[in-house]
Structures are given as C-alpha cells and as structure tokens.
Design a protein. Structure first.
Ligand code: ATP
Ligand code: MG
Length: 560
C-alpha cells in the first residue's frame, strides 16, 4: 500500500496521543515521560525523525519531557562519532532533551545486580551451548523449542558461572545468561531469551570494565523503568517482544512500570531506511559519506539544504498508524518545495552555458537592470544585474531545428530574457565538430524590463547571465539514489540509480551568489532550489540541488 493521503495526525491526533491524553485524564500519570532511544551504531535517518518527532512532540504537547537515551549495549558497532552526530541531528530537527541525556551503559551495574536477582529467584540460568545450538533448539513458528541441557542448573552454580563471566574468565561465545521462561511458548521471544552475552570489547563509555553485555531486550525495558518512562514507543517489529518486556518488569524490583506501544515504521519509496544498508552504502563508497545529499540520513537532508521545518511538516502529514505502509517520496518532496517556494530568494544561474552575442548592443556598454528577489514577497527587495553585449543562456534553451512546440530560442524566433529585453536569434556559430558554440542575436531596446510597447508577445521567458559579470561554479544535481520505487534491501547495489548525481563543473552564477557565504537555500530560476555546499573553495563555489521545481506529486494528488 502506498500512502499519499495525510492521516489523522494532521488534526494533531493519533492513537498514541489519544492514549496519552486518556492516561492523563484518568490520573494514571500526572506527567508524561517519553524517550528517544537510538543505538549509536550509525547516523539517524528520516525514519528516526518520525520517532523523534513523536516522542519529543508528545512531551511538548502534554507538558511532559522526553529523554535522549543511547542504547549503547553493543560496543563492537558503536562509536563516539555516532553519539555526537545523533545529538547534532536531534537538535537540528528542532528538539531538545534539556538535561535528560542518558546512556543504557549508566545502568550496567544495576542491570547486573538485577540479573543476579533473577538467577537467585530461579528465573535465569547460564547456558553453555553454542550460539548455533541455541538457535537450533529454539524451534520454529510451528514447532516448540527444546529445553537446554543446562536449564536445570542449580542456582549456586549459575551464580558462580555468571560472576565468572563478568570477571572475564571465559572467551566470547562460551556461555550466555538466559531467562527461564517457556521453550514451548507460541512466542519465540519467550523461549528462554538471552539476557547477557560474553563480549571482550572496549566500550566507548565504560572502557574495558565489562566482559559481558546485556541484550537489547534485557536492557531496554529496564532502562525505561529506571528513567520512569510512562509511554515507551517503538516500532511494530517489537510487538512480539512486549510479553518479554512485561515479564521482566514483573520479575524485577524496578522503580516504575512503563507501557510499551508500537507504531508503524516509516518506509518511503525509492529509499531504504535501514542502518545496515546505509552503513554499507558509506563503507563501500556508493555515496560520498553519511551526509551525502542522496542519503536519507538527517545529515544528508541537512547538507542537501532541506529545511528542518519541511521534515517536521512531512512527519506531521504522514501521521502515526498501527499498520505498516510505504509513503510516496513525492510527499516529502512536496513538503520541501512548498516551504522553499515561500522562503527561498530567486537568483539566476546557468547550468550549461551557451554564449550569446547581442550584435546591436554597443560594445563596452553595460547597464544595470533590476531583478526581483521574491515574486510574492516585496520585502525581499530587488538586486541589480548587469546586462551587456555578451551573455550566457542555457544550452537547452536553444534549438537550431526546433520541433513544433519548442517556444524557446531558435533561429528567427523572439524570446524574453527575464528582467531584460526581447532578443531574436540571427546566427549560429559552430565548431569543427558541428556543435553550436555561440549564438548571434539582436535585442529590441524598446522592450527594456521585458515588455514590448506595441504589445507583441513572446512565448518564452528565459534566464540568462552577463558573460563578464558572472562567476564559475560547480553545480551538483542529485536525483533519487535508487532507480526502483521499492529497492531490494538484500541486493540494493543492483537497484542503485546510475544517474543519481550529475556534476556540472562549467556552470555560471550571479556574482552575488558566488560571493555570499550564506547557507540559505536559493531558487535558481527555472532550475530548482540550490544551496551552497561545504566543498566550496574561494575560487569555485559549489552548489547542491536541494530539489527540482517540478511538482509531479501535486499533479498525482490532484488526479486523486
Ligand atoms: P535500523 O532498523 O535502521 O537499523 P534501528 O531501529 O535499529 O534502525 P535504533 O537506533 O534502534 O535504530 O532506533 C531508535 C528508534 O528509532 C527506535 O525506537 C526505533 O523503533 C525508531 N525507528 C527506527 N527506524 C524507524 C523508522 N523507519 N520509522 C520509525 N521509527 C524508526
Ligand atoms: Mg534498534
């Protein structure tokens, strides 16, 4: 199913907010506490933005608070770089955790003590089976699992082994601590899940202190309980983990009993939102880094020039549902365009320049013409653009032998240069290869500003730049990273779009555009929205296309 329709959240409501409201009304909670719990093993993507906006949004709307908690229980994949980027990205999205920054690793001591408690109460045991043997004996959806031969180990022996696991006596994989629940349970998560594994690994925060690390299932709910989380929101794939989440809260002396709620993950067409895939894309060099503008990461969106408000609007429009679906990437693009159309100032750039000489314009003469910065916002003011005998236009805007419906420049045809004059093509100069390298034109001095006093009309208005008063620039035009609406996460390389980046290294921009260090997104007229990239050098600015102007999504919505 592909969703393009905004859901209930547009009205500011969804099933989770309804639950939160009901819990406040009934007095079950007096203050709401949510959390966003990323694992610091990669950069955040737009799927995480959905979770961030929901958790922080609920905290804001209901005068509660939202914690940022790093679920740092797997030191082999976690890095400080990710911890830093995640904080920067949450802030960029416009949310703040105040002083409520936590790490699951802060609770390692307490989690360990509680695990000993489970052993003493006969609810956990040390299993010496290999990982493979544990996997095989867990059974399947249709077959029950088999009890481990170590399941009935006496408490004293379990305790001794668990302490020695902690002391680092055994190699990785030698033993695990398992909850003793029910190997015949219809829910595989309840078939004696692993609570601790041996891992001799350096942890970014606890260093070499620990040789055992808690599993996600064991650490997550208990961390929620320690922090007094009232509503623990996660994605649907954790629905089957909820009985385990509740079993552990029930067996342990936790200070509070959070409730877990599941919502649909965000999926978007032409996009893969899986850290495994995104990590591979970066590691194997399919993109330039985590912040490559083609990446669906927050860092990528930021570098691409997408305003955080557009991401928030997108998240608001897609809503929060209980059933998984795939959102049309056009919806995200629509939100970006809609916002930038209002905020972005207009400028001119020529992506693929073609030289034009205005033969009847006096040699050496330059005049300044006035250009409007924003058609709907007079407060944005105007700027001056030099007009002279030599100009650049876009190669695409000229055809020597045009088909019928081509209204732009062609021999004998008259067009308007935006903010300037009507011009007419009188001659074409070609190189030895027969390619058009220069045009000869005439202009009509009576059409200054772009209107003819005799009322004659032209069918095209084109952007242009004065050849002398412009600067070279590199313009990077990005397209979808994947060529298919539903790329295969298992074999994503085959679905990559070979045309996802086009580098135009001979582009030209207005002098003011080149000289400005602003990182505001601009509209290059008729071309799209662009933002200055950090790869810019003093000699050559680089501009990244945030998004094109064409609005195919709006048309589809109109069609219904
Ligand atoms: P991935 O599946 O991409 O590897 P993850 O779920 O393992 O991501 P975490 O760091 O554990 O990544 O995620 C932090 C939070 O973000 C979790 O609560 C998770 O449910 C939520 N989240 C992750 N991906 C999405 C998504 N596509 N849509 C909504 N929420 C998501
Ligand atoms: Mg996860």
């Amino acid at each position: 199913m592909t969703t393009t329709e905004p859901t209930t959240a547009e009205a500011g409501r969804d099933f989770i907010r309804d639950i939160v409201q009901a819990d406040l009304d009934s007095g079950k909670h007096s203050r709401i506490v949510t959390r966003f719990p990323p694992e610091p093993n990669g950069y955040l993507h737009i799927g995480h933005a959905k979770s961030i906006a929901l958790n922080f949004g609920i905290a804001q709307e209901f005068a509660g608070k939202c914690h940022l908690r790093f679920d740092d229980t797997n030191p082999t994949k976690e890095e400080q770089e990710y911890i830093d980027s995640i904080q920067a990205d949450v802030h960029w999205l416009g949310y703040d955790w105040g002083t409520d920054l936590y790490y699951a690793s802060d609770y390692f001591e307490r989690l360990y003590d509680w695990a000993e408690g489970l052993i003493k109460a006969g609810h956990a045991y040390v299993d010496d089976q290999s990982q493979e043997a544990i996997r095989v004996s867990r059974g399947t959806l249709t077959e029950p699992g088999k009890n481990s031969p170590f399941r009935e180990r006496p408490v004293g022996e379990n305790l001794d082994l668990f302490r020695r696991m902690k002391a680092g006596e055994f190699p990785n994989g030698a033993r695990v601590l398992r909850a003793k629940i029910d190997m015949a349970s219809g829910n595989i998560n309840m078939r004696d899940p692993v609570l601790y594994r041996i891992l001799h690994a350096h942890h970014p925060r606890t260093g070499d202190k620990w040789s055992i690390y808690p599993s996600y299932d064991y650490a997550h709910g208990q961390s929620d309980a320690i922090e007094g989380i009232t509503h623990s929101i996660c994605t649907l794939e954790f629905e089957d983990h909820r009985p385990l989440y509740e079993w552990l809260l029930d067996k342990l002396p936790v200070p509070s009993k959070p409730r877990q709620y599941e919502m649909a993950r965000l999926n978007i067409t032409y996009t893969l939102l899986s850290k495994r895939v995104l990590t591979k894309l970066v590691q194997d060099g399919h993109v330039a880094g985590w912040d490559d503008p083609r990446m669906p990461t927050i860092a990528g969106l930021k570098r691409r020039g997408v305003p955080p408000a557009a991401v928030r609007e997108f998240i608001k429009r897609i809503g929060v549902a209980k059933a998984n679906s795939v959102v049309d990437v056009g919806m995200l693009e629509f939100c970006i365009r809609e916002l930038l159309n209002k905020t972005a100032e207009r400028r001119m750039a020529v992506l693929r320049p073609l030289k034009v000489v205005i033969e009847n314009y006096p040699e050496g003469q330059v005049e300044e013409l006035e250009a409007v910065n924003h058609p709907d916002n007079p407060d944005a003011g105007t700027r001056r653009i030099a007009f002279g005998r030599e100009l650049y236009i876009e190669q695409d805007d000229f055809m020597e032998n045009p088909p019928k419906k081509f209204f732009r420049l062609s021999p004998g045809n008259e067009v308007r240069l935006r903010y300037a004059y009507f011009i007419k093509c009188t001659g074409v100069i070609k190189n030895a290869a027969g390619e058009v390298v220069e045009l000869r034109c005439t202009y009509d001095p009576a059409t200054k500003g772009g209107n003819a006093p005799d009322g004659r009309k032209v069918k095209a208005t084109m952007h242009w730049l004065p050849a002398a008063q412009t600067r070279p620039a590199e313009i990077r035009v990005y397209n979808q990273l994947f060529a298919k609406p539903n790329p295969d996460a298992g074999n994503f390389v085959a679905d990559l779009n070979p045309q996802s980046l086009e580098v135009l290294s001979d582009a030209r921009v207005e002098v003011g555009v080149a000289e400005s260090n602003s990182n505001e997104v601009m509209q290059f007229e008729r071309q799209g929205y662009f933002v200055r990239d950090e790869d810019s050098t003093p000699d050559k600015p680089v501009f990244t296309r945030t998004i094109g102007l064409r609005d195919t999504f709006a048309k589809e919505v109109a069609k219904g």
